[in-house]
Design a binder for this molecule. Structure first.
Ligand code: NOJ
Ligand code: NOJ
Ligand code: CA
Ligand code: CA
Length: 705
């Protein structure tokens, strides 16, 4: 009897252990198959100011002048333990969040700025190889990463390679004099080490060049061509990649040369590829072709300020309407090669919060619904789910007010973020306008046979919608928002036409069809640039379970792994150029070509080209063109430039920091090009340059008439 009882207990314990092991495995499998570090199309990012989210460990809080419970310029105690706690509590997974963007994790200055400011925001780095102790230790960081990963959540770190911290050339006691350390040992500071930093005063933002080579406010600006700085920053990002981060948000990309940043992305993608996106701030109605060029050529995506400012124009200032918004959607689908990789938002820590106390919550709800169903990777700024308000910084960075999960905003985000995971039309699809006026926007997203239709009325009157044509299938489609914003089911007839319905003021409805495809369809490739051997992930549908082939142009790539919706390959060793990628299933079905993957000639290093005595007419500039695709392949439309001539060197000397293939014999020439594209070539034979295998370089030449 007793024996039997023990046997039974043993059996129960055994089953229990098996079950626990199974759960653990299932969890891992889930996490592993979910965590695609280079494709965020199905993700919804949640942006956290780490210090303001949750104090999970009061013992790591600073004391004295650095800390306050009320002064928003001081540290307030939030840390990685707090974030970890909320992951374990399923706060994010219930909200549909699959990626957290956290403050830069590195050690920051301890000094208090004379104006009473502190580095609670993480943008004043001091030692990139240490943690900010007020956020936690490396152990706490490891725990954050492993907890996040086991819940299918990616961690994106903020990163500031443009500058260290506030400094003044004339006062070495100012804050910490911009000093930076390499795991505790001093590298240099702003007034002692002239080579590490620029000493060209603060920028007045008057030109691209001015913003790059002068200080942003009083922040000690790195000379990224300096070998020590270049190496230190690249080593530092390796350290955090080794820690398991899944994405990088690069601060102030408009304030660093594109050439150096191309070497940074190349470094990241060769070491451990993760989704990398930059902050290129644009004001209201600002459209900047350089911003598009950067997003298309640097290897990095950008925060989508055009999207963000436009939706604020429609719903916050009300100076614009949905017709302007749709124009932005169409324009950006042309100006960005990878519009689905741009990171969209309605607000962030550098602008007023979207919600205002005197505004109806429905206004914010509408913005969230459009954000989450539009193209791009949506980002929710922490607290938006609680209608947190705040004008300029630091009012827009108040502590998280609550962790309640019942607000309408929380439920809208949750419904639509989950829809992004299940219906690939949102991540990969095209956008078509189906009904539009100043108050109403009905738009369709479509990928293969997957369809999502969003209908919004932000006006004050109800509209009768008749003759609405969609790609939804015949039948009744329930509102994905379950009536949260007044929506109803939609009836579609056999011709794809919707029955007439009323779209009331402030109503939003979302309808969808998810359909499996049996033909191969590429939705996303990440990253879109790489050197031979780099790992590239191709996402989509219908690739089949059996291994087929992947072509770059007409060359086959070696396959690392093959699945029906995800293939990992190595970039083939073929000449640097732009190639279309195609998937061919083992049943010989060919996918759509995914255009313009850039194969690099070799690893990239940053070189400063200086050319003296290049006299030009007003409106004409110096460029460089050469024999690799990085240098335009002798096509003067793709020449690199326009060169600068104001700060590092002055007219008629010109300079530009360019990423070039390492360990390679470059042939090139300088050209003069005017605004109409008329070109004057240097005389003589091509210049030749054997590039170094590593580090940085400077080449000084004289223009040849
Ligand atoms: C942009 C960041 O988002 C902002 O908050 C910061 O102060 C500056 N860059 C400088 O790092
Ligand atoms: C600038 C070139 O214009 C572009 O084609 C290339 O993507 C990058 N350099 C990186 O090589
Ligand atoms: Ca704390
Ligand atoms: Ca700079």
């Amino acid at each position: 009897m007793l024996n039997k009882f023990f046997l039974k207990m043993k059996a129960i314990a055994f089953v229990g252990i098996v079950f626990v092991v199974f759960l653990a495995l299932a969890n891992d499998v889930y996490a592993a198959s979910q965590l695609n570090k280079v494709n965020y199309s199905k993700d919804t990012i949640y942006q956290i100011v780490t210090d303001r989210f949750l104090d999970g460990d009061p013992s790591n809080n600073p004391d004295g002048a650095l800390y306050s419970e009320t002064d928003l310029h001081k540290y307030m105690g939030g840390d990685w333990k707090g974030i970890t706690e909320k992951i374990e509590d399923h706060y994010f997974t219930d909200l549909g969040i699959t990626a957290l963007w956290i403050s830069q994790p590195v050690e920051n200055v301890y000094a208090v700025h004379p104006e009473g400011y502190t580095s609670y925001h993480g943008y004043w780095a001091r030692d990139y190889k240490k943690t900010n102790p007020f956020y936690g230790s490396f152990n706490d960081f490891d725990e954050l990463i492993s907890t996040a990963h086991s819940h299918g959540i990616k961690i994106i770190m903020d990163f500031t390679p443009n500058h260290s911290s506030p400094a003044l050339k004339t006062d070495s006691d100012y804050v910490e004099n911009g000093a930076i350390y390499d795991n505790g040992s001093l590298i240099g500071n702003y007034s002692n080490d002239m080579d590490l930093f620029h000493h060209n005063g603060g920028t007045d933002f008057s030109s691209y060049e001015d913003g790059i080579y002068r200080n942003l406010y009083d922040l000690a600006d790195y000379d990224l061509q300096n070998q020590t700085i270049d190496q230190y920053l690249k080593e530092s990002i390796e350290l955090w990649l080794d820690k398991g981060i899944d994405g990088i948000r690069v601060d102030a990309v408009k304030h660093m040369s594109q050439g150096w940043q191309e070497t940074l992305t190349n470094h990241i993608y060769s070491y451990q590829p993760v989704f990398t996106f930059g902050e290129w701030f644009l004001g209201e109605n600002e459209i900047d072709p350089r911003n598009h060029y950067f997003a298309n050529e640097s290897g990095m995506s950008l925060l989508d300020f055009q999207f963000g400012q436009q939706i604020r124009g429609v719903l916050m200032s009300k100076e614009d309407d949905w017709t302007d918004f749709h124009t932005m959607i169409e324009d950006t689908s042309n100006s960005y090669n990878e519009v689905i990789d741009q990171v969209t938002f309605i607000d962030n820590h550098d602008m007023s919060r979207f919600h205002k106390e005197d505004r109806a919550k429905t206004n914010t709800d509408i913005a969230l619904a459009v954000l989450l169903t539009s193209r791009g990777v949506p980002t929710i700024y922490y607290g938006t789910e609680h209608y947190l308000t705040g004008e300029s910084d630091p009012e827009n960075r108040k502590p998280m007010p609550s962790f309640d999960r019942t607000t309408t905003a929380y439920q809208i985000i949750s419904n639509l973020a989950h829809l992004r995971q299940s219906n690939p039309a949102l991540g990969y699809g095209t956008t078509t306008e189906r009904w539009l006026n100043e108050d109403v926007y009905i738009f369709e997203r479509k990928f293969g046979d997957n369809v999502v239709v969003t209908a919004v009325n932000s006006g004050e009157q109800s509209y009768t919608i008749n003759n609405l044509q969609t790609s939804l299938l015949e039948g009744t489609h329930p509102d994905v928002l379950e009536g949260l914003m007044g929506g109803d089911a939609l009836q579609i007839d056999e011709k794809g036409q919707a029955s007439t319905f009323e779209l009331k003021a402030n109503e939003v409805a979302v309808w969808e069809v998810t359909a499996e495809s049996n033909a191969p369809l590429i939705g996303h490739v990440g990253p879109m640039v790489g050197q031979a051997g780099n790992e590239i992930t191709i996402s989509g549908e219908g690739f089949g379970e059996g291994q087929g082939t992947v072509l770059f142009g007409s060359d086959q790539a070696s396959i690392v792994s093959w699945g029906d919706s995800e293939i990992v390959v190595n970039v083939p060793d073929i000449p640097g150029n732009h190639y279309n990628i195609e998937v061919v299933t083992n049943g010989n079905k060919e996918s759509n070509p995914y255009s313009d993957f850039e194969i690099l000639t070799n690893k990239l290093i940053p070189v400063r080209f200086i050319v003296e005595e290049a006299v030009t007419d007003y409106g004409t500039s110096v460029y460089l063109v050469g024999n690799t695709q990085e240098l335009g392949n002798w096509d003067t439309d793709k020449a690199i430039g326009p060169f600068f001539n104001q700060i590092i060197a002055q007219y008629p000397t010109w300079y530009y920091d360019i990423s070039v293939p390492a360990d390679y014999t470059l042939e090139y020439k300088f050209i003069k090009k005017d605004a109409l594209g008329n070109v004057v070539w240097e005389s003589g034979t091509n210049r030749s340059y054997d590039t170094p295998t590593d580090g940085t370089d400077t080449l000084t030449s004289t223009w040849r008439n």
